[in-house]
Write a protein that binds this ligand. Structure first.
Ligand code: ADP
Ligand code: UDP
Length: 235
């Protein structure tokens, strides 16, 4: 499948049309941003790692009963995916308090929840991705009640799968962000990516952060953390 015109350049990926109107090619970059684009940088080799990790995890999830956009890995940075119309929600699942949750509720990071939480942010850079109640999703017509229920079910299924996947590899899955989209026939599928850019992953033994927080918080060893988590993926 050949790349045709570039449709979009985002913060971490470029999206290209193909000769098939139902398929797109995504190309993963090494560019990294944080704090709604305020902090910019490069994480050398990140695009290759995120592409491979996302494809590997999505193919496992597909077998586990979560439909995804993944079609075929074309090269180390490029993947053929089903074109979706993105539901403009950041679907965030949490197992342990961290990041904006810890800040909002005045907690230290690291407190484990009795059960996972699912929350939604409106995917809108200009507004800074505000947190959203379910009723606001319906009020804005972003998704139907049926669609949101499916999205929550899939998000929790992804969490259950990834939690045990990473646990077996000595990694604690703290939280992550998913995006879903609609195929031409309206079917909801998991889209975008699952990578150290979009997950918090802590070494189970040491608590060391093996994700984008090393970049966000200037902790150093950013490339090494991405390489380490990639080694664990296949361990
Ligand atoms: P951002 O737009 O947040 O800067 P990226 O750099 O990752 O993010 O750009 C990728 C864009 O492609 C995102 O807007 C994402 O919602 C969108 N996208 C991901 N998967 C698909 C897909 N299968 N079909 C259409 N758009 C997709
Ligand atoms: N996340 C993401 N993209 C975003 C916001 C969050 O991938 O635009 C991920 C983030 O990596 C973390 C989880 O979602 O794994 C929860 O993030 P949080 O709400 O705590 O926000 P943050 O602290 O990253 O601002």
């Amino acid at each position: 499948m050949e790349k045709k015109e570039q449709l979009y350049e985002g913060k971490a990926k470029k999206v290209f049309a193909t000769e098939d109107p139902q398929l797109l090619i995504v190309s993963y970059k090494d560019d990294a941003t944080a704090f709604n684009g305020l902090k910019k940088g490069t994480i050398s080799g990140k695009g290759v790692i995120n592409n491979r990790m996302s494809n590997y995890l999505m193919s496992l999830l597909e077998k586990d009963g979560v439909p995804t956009h993944f079609v075929e890995e074309l090269s180390e940075r490029e993947t053929l995916v089903k074109k979706v119309s993105i539901v403009p929600l950041e679907v965030i699942v949490r197992n342990i308090a961290a990041g904006s949750f810890a800040k909002r509720y005045g907690l230290e990071e690291g407190r484990a929840f009795a059960q996972p939480s699912v929350e939604f942010s409106y995917k809108n850079d200009a507004l800074g991705d505000p947190l959203m109640a379910d009723s606001h999703v319906f009020a804005l017509g972003l998704a139907s009640q049926e669609e949101l229920a499916i999205i929550k079910t899939y998000a929790l299924k992804v969490n259950a799968f990834l939690k045990s996947f990473w646990d077996e590899r000595g990694v604690t899955l703290v939280d992550f962000k998913l995006e879903f989209g609609r195929l031409a026939d309206g079917t909801i599928v998991l889209a975008d990516e699952i990578s150290p850019d979009t997950c918090r992953l802590w070494d189970k033994a040491t608590g060391e952060k093996l994700d984008k927080d090393r970049f966000r918080r200037d902790l150093g060893g950013v490339e090494e953390a991405y390489e380490e988590i990639m080694r664990r993926l296949k361990a």
